[in-house]
Design a protein around this ligand. Structure first.
Ligand code: MCA
Ligand code: AMP
Length: 508
């Protein structure tokens, strides 16, 4: 049976293919017909370059209509999309390329030589293409002479459509393998649950190299066969101006705190809107309430992970409760377990475990790690600490994993600590998440170094900037002579958070 995700989308495209799919503010519009033809052309370029079904295609490009075409071209060709954050630096990219061994790499023109060198270093025979501006080597240029028809590659439901990397608590990034069925099932569920309508227009301001902007947002639009206004990045004032042409908005909590800070956010600015959705990080009750007071809209908060898309959602119709992430999706089994793995009754706090058709197929090249993350009866251990109340609403009350979520991006302290520890003069370090008014949380690095090491806080930050994606770089660094430890020798991060709370001026 043909389970290629593209065929599901195509079955939902509007009969009138001249209808718009992507509208870039102040830029071009891409119709569904153009999407179909362009993704076929891109698929021909990829297969012509030797990409075969199951091959990985690493993509590190700015947000654009062409990037969405490329996503669908990979799916059509039966290749595995490997989207990479544009903020990733060479050291980070080197790992992804050597681990995933892609058959093709698509990047921005200004990073071509860097990516080519990395591909050679990773020892992979690969084709490196660029997206964007004109030039013989660019994918859009090469696509010009290609046929607008492409027979969609047959895929089974369990075949992998995408691999998304996250760093993980051990510091070594792991690639979550999402199958065609994983992506299709979650998108269909969300599209139905959030009541998408034939006249919906999504205002899309999220980055498209992570699950939220790529799969949650774009896939709902593709299933709806309607348009999205596609902003290259989030700008609160621009977004408010565009709301009058939109009906649905999806954002991380930072988007909402920036929106409510504007005097232009009024009921009138939102008069055509029917749904505001938030996720990727906890939405403060204060933001929920201020947003409701300023617009008359209650934000719908949902919860999920790269490893399975969305797990829960507040209701479309009914009580959207601040501080909760709503109910498990209809096709997701969600339970709370205790330290011995026993299932806890409602009202008790424990680890959130999930099971369903959306849960990923495992970590690329890491069978042992995959095994460790699942229970014997097939539930995925999220690492989030939660509770279910007497009405069935799930709340996230903490994290068992050492993770900072900053502006919706995950920062694993272990990865940042490893980078700091490699610096000359550093004995050891600990990175903790501190409250941040804009990003929710942000990193503080406590670095142990002898007084004659020559290290300075600014020097540590400057060094990290070249080696880590910018959002992972701690906002503040303090140099100390030792770290507090418990009787087991483990660094007491809670003590560090308390100790430095007074000097932490919002990370600024
Ligand atoms: C930018 N900076 C950040 C962040 N973003 N620092 C900490 N955390 C961040 N998230 C820093 C930059 O390094 C720079 O610092 C300065 O802020 C300004 O950078 P700029 O690019 O101008 O920032 P911005 O455009 O205002 O970006 C902030 C943002 C962006 C709009 C909130 O981070 C964003 O779009 N976040 C969304 C992330 C997302 O989509 N997550 C979903 C993951 P300097 O000047 O010092 O260099 S998927 C997921 O989590 C699951 C599945 C789920 O449930 O959805
Ligand atoms: P990622 O690994 O980027 O997919 O991030 C997933 C993590 O984001 C989850 O494990 C949660 O810790 C967090 N998360 C996502 N949505 C929410 C939410 N609505 N509230 C609190 N945390 C969330």
């Amino acid at each position: 049976m043909q389970s290629n995700l593209f065929e599901l989308f195509r079955s939902r495209f509007p009969a009138d293919r001249s209808r718009p799919f992507i509208e870039v503010p102040g830029g071009a519009t891409l119709s569904y017909g153009e999407l179909e033809a362009a993704s076929a052309r891109y698929a021909h370029v990829l297969t012509g370059a030797g990409v075969k079904p199951g091959d990985r295609v690493a993509v590190q490009v700015d947000k654009s209509a062409e990037a969405v075409v490329l996503y669908l071209a990979c799916v059509r060709a039966g290749a595995i999309l490997l989207p990479l954050n544009t903020a990733y630096q060479s050291d980070e990219l080197e790992y992804f390329l050597s681990d995933a061994v892609p058959a093709a790499v698509v990047c921005q023109p200004h990073r071509l030589s860097e990516l080519e060198a990395l591909a050679v270093k990773a020892g992979i025979v690969t084709c490196v293409l660029t997206l964007g501006a004109k030039g013989d080597g660019t994918l859009p240029e090469r696509a010009k002479g290609q046929s607008p028809e492409f027979p969609t590659t047959s895929r089974g439901g369990d075949d992998i459509a995408a691999i998304l990397y996250s760093s993980g608590t051990t510091g070594r990034p792991k690639g979550a393998m999402m199958s065609h069925t994983n992506l299709a099932s979650n998108s269909l569920t969300l599209h139905r649950l959030w009541g998408f309508r034939p006249d919906d227009v999504l205002l899309h301001c999220l980055p498209i190299f992570h699950t939220h902007g790529l799969f949650v947002a774009i896939n709902c639009v593709l299933l709806n066969g309607t348009a999205m206004i596609f902003c290259p990045k989030f700008d609160a004032e621009q977004a408010i101006g565009l709301l009058e042409r939109a009906t649905v908005f999806m954002g991380v909590p930072t988007f909402y705190t920036r929106l409510v800070a504007s005097s232009r956010l009024t009921p009138s600015a939102c008069r055509h809107m029917r749904l505001f959705i938030s996720g990727s990080a906890p939405l403060l009750e204060e933001t929920f309430n201020t947003f409701a007071a300023k617009t008359g809209h209650t934000i719908l908060e949902r919860y999920g992970m790269t490893e399975g898309g969305m797990f829960t959602s507040n209701p479309l119709i009914g009580d959207r409760r601040a501080g909760t992430v709503g109910f498990p999706l209809p096709d997701v089994d969600l339970r709370i377990t205790g330290e011995e793995g026993q299932v806890l009754p409602d009202g008790e706090v424990g680890i959130i475990e999930v099971k369903g058709p959306n849960i990923f197929k495992g970590y690329w090249n890491m069978p042992e790690k995959t095994k460790a993350e699942f229970t014997e009866d097939g539930f995925f251990k999220s690492g989030d600490v939660g509770v279910i109340d007497d009405r069935g609403y799930v709340s996230i009350v903490g994290r068992a994993k050492d993770l900072i979520i900053s502006g919706g991006y995950n920062v694993y302290p272990k990865e940042v600590e490893d980078a700091i520890d490699r610096m000359d003069g550093v004995v050891e370090s600990a990175v903790v998440g501190m409250p941040h008014p804009d990003f929710g949380e942000a990193g503080l690095a406590v670095v142990v170094a002898p007084t004659d090491s020559g290290l300075t806080p600014d020097g540590v930050i400057a060094d990290l900037r070249g080696r880590l994606a910018n959002y992972k770089v701690p906002k503040q660094v303090v140099l100390v002579s030792d770290l507090p430890r418990n009787a087991m020798g483990k660094v007491q991060k809670n003590v560090l958070r308390e100790t430095y709370a007074a000097m932490w001026k919002n990370g600024l």
